[in-house]
Design a binder for this molecule. Structure first.
Ligand SMILES: [Zn+2]
Length: 124
């Protein structure tokens, strides 16, 4: 039985070849590094693209309304947002303030259901 080398040889994350050099090096060369990231992108993009488009569209809608309002905080009707194509179920995170109000974050904007039809939007 041969004794294993210690530390074990590091191998390229793409092709498995033994690599030497810096301890944090993960690929044998730039082609393997590019191929690795291209493969990851090819797998990830079909899953994330559609939702990313909804998020970006939502942000564009809020940005255009914010530009027209010329205020950091403004109100818009749910109906108006809906007609512009805003998709309420797509946001980047949520936050409940100390009064129990739920905020939906969308990148640098946050919005809250202020009343039945009024949405309060705040740009950060
Ligand atoms: Zn390689």
């Amino acid at each position: 039985m041969s004794s294993p080398t210690f530390p074990p040889p590091r191998t390229c994350d793409q092709c498995g070849a033994v690599i030497t050099g810096r301890r944090d090096k993960r690929f044998c060369d730039i082609r393997c590094k590019n191929a690795y990231h291209r493969d990851i992108r090819r797998i990830t993009e079909p899953v994330t693209k559609r939702i990313d488009q909804f998020l970006h569209r939502n942000r564009t809608i809020l940005y255009e309304l914010w530009k027209d309002a010329r205020k950091k905080k403004f109100f818009v009707s749910r109906t108006k947002l809906y007609k512009k194509g805003f998709r309420f179920k797509y946001f980047t995170s949520t936050y409940v303030n100390n009064q129990g109000k739920l905020y939906h974050y969308l990148y640098d904007f946050r919005w809250m259901e202020f009343s039945t039809d009024q949405i309060m939007v705040v740009k950060q």
